[in-house]
Design a protein around this ligand. Structure first.
Ligand SMILES: Cc1ncc(COP(=O)(O)O)c(C=O)c1O
Length: 432
């Protein structure tokens, strides 16, 4: 559960005042602030939902790749779902065992495959095959390394986008999606694997979409996956079945289900289908980190024009891209709230020169002598926030502040603007 609360009007995360963080010159704003203990507790709680059954909670590193967070989840026994060589390297350096890493992605390069195949004593737990065409490529790299690579088939179960109750940009298990092997191509894929001595098929999986706020669509896709798994295991000695990530969180509009509900429903179905001797894997990202991070921003100025009220903040779409990318809405609240101050509806926008640099309309206190409104907190920004950030418009990367045990345990300062200037000046310099 999120540990955000208000104490004497001040917003507190993990027992640390966000006003103090925002006004600390070592960090500045915009600043991402994360409750690392709460994130570890999410990982622990989700693992507990499996009881003692064999499982892997493979944290989707793309959601938030900050070292302290990946390390905290590794420390409570989570593995990693990675989508690049860089994420794989990071996960291993954060203490995730190669045996607990699955590698997804539709276009893995040869160098990335080599890294996965060469990690640890026998390569990573599984390279997730996303197309028939990828199979001979993985087989060739494994043969060249003199190893047998473990692979799993990520199928695309063809779940209708509408059935999933999520934004179409984050629905991945439908017919038009680039992800996964469509059911019609599975027989061909299995033949290819069986003809490749350097490959061993160890699992079957799917990931149908993100921010799912009901278990039904997830369970429907798990049903299709399990039915296929029964057929596949007759030919291949599988060790796991992977139902993917996608567990939703409450962005303010409600989310009646918890991550453990998805796991319990899937486990029940797994038993019903007679597959409970296989380990059950899942790949949650957002649900482990989303609610436990906020983006604190300072108010630069206000503007009232043409009957509209604007609040301009120092965080933009380059810092938190979700609203611009898929019309996501995040709650925005004052860091210090004067209960007596009158409030109005303001369009909250950032400094980036794009109309889509817009965080929506929010009730915020008006400017008065008593109003202490200097900073706001954008809530539920722990997932797909910093990990998607860019330096567009020459903007600095936000600072990151990590909380544990009721105090700040680490931080990264904002990047220097000069770094960006130097980088752009170096562009096109002769290669040495
Ligand atoms: C293959 C795969 N697994 C897991 C995830 C994590 O999803 P979520 O953060 O919604 O749990 C994603 C997200 O895009 C994904 O593509």
């Amino acid at each position: 559960m999120p540990t955000l609360r208000r104490s004497d009007g001040v917003l507190v995360l993990g027992n640390v005042s966000l006003a103090e963080v925002a006004r600390d010159p070592r960090f500045g704003t915009p600043a991402y602030v994360y409750d690392v203990d709460a994130i570890a507790a999410e990982g622990r709680d989700l693992r507990a939902a499996f009881d003692d059954a064999p499982h892997l909670v493979a944290y989707a590193v793309k959601a938030n790749s900050a070292g302290p967070i990946v390390k905290a989840l590794a420390a409570v026994g989570c593995g990693a779902d990675v989508v690049s060589g860089a994420e794989l390297t990071l996960a291993l350096r954060c203490g995730v065992s190669p045996e607990s890493v699955v590698f997804s992605g539709v276009a893995k390069t040869d160098a990335e495959l080599d890294l996965a195949i060469g990690s640890g004593e026998r390569g990573i737990c599984s390279i997730q095959v996303e197309s028939v065409e990828e199979i001979p490529r993985i087989a060739a790299r494994a043969a060249a390394a003199g190893r047998v690579a473990r692979v799993s088939l990520r199928i695309n179960p063809g779940v209708d986008k509408e059935a999933l109750d999520t934004h179409s940009y984050i629905a991945t298990g439908h017919d038009e999606a680039k992800f996964g092997v469509p059911l019609s191509s599975v027989p061909g894929a299995l033949d290819r694997v069986s003809r490749s001595p350097s490959l061993r098929l160890v699992g079957v999986g799917s990931h149908v979409g993100s921010q799912l706020t009901a278990v039904d669509g997830y369970v429907a896709s798990a049903r299709a996956l399990f039915e296929l798994t029964r057929e596949v295991r007759a030919r291949f000695p599988l060790t796991f079945v992977d139902t993917g990530g996608g567990f939703g969180i409450d962005y303010g509009e409600g989310c009646p289900v918890r991550p453990a509900d998805f796991v319990r429903a899937t486990r029940a179905l797994q038993k019903e289908k007679g597959l409970d001797d296989l380990a059950l894997y899942c790949e949650p990202g957002r649900s482990l980190v989303g609610a436990h991070g906020v983006l604190v921003a300072s108010i630069i100025q206000r503007k009232v024009a043409e009957g509209r009220r604007w609040t301009m903040i120092d965080a933009g779409m380059n810092d938190l891209m979700r609203p611009a990318l898929y019309q996501a809405r995040h709650r925005i609240v004052p860091v210090v709230l004067d209960a007596a101050a009158a409030a109005s509806a303001y369009h909250v926008v950032g400094p980036v020169c794009e109309s889509s640099d817009d965080f929506g309309v929010h009730d915020l206190p008006d400017d008065t002598a008593q109003s202490h409104l200097r900073e706001v907190a954008i809530l539920d920004a722990g997932a797909y926030g910093y990990s998607m950030a860019s330096r567009y418009n020459g903007r600095a990367m936000a600072s990151e502040v990590f909380l544990s045990g009721g105090k700040i345990v680490g931080a990264t300062a904002r990047s220097a603007v000069e770094e960006w200037v130097q980088d752009r000046l170096r562009a096109g310099a002769p290669l040495v």
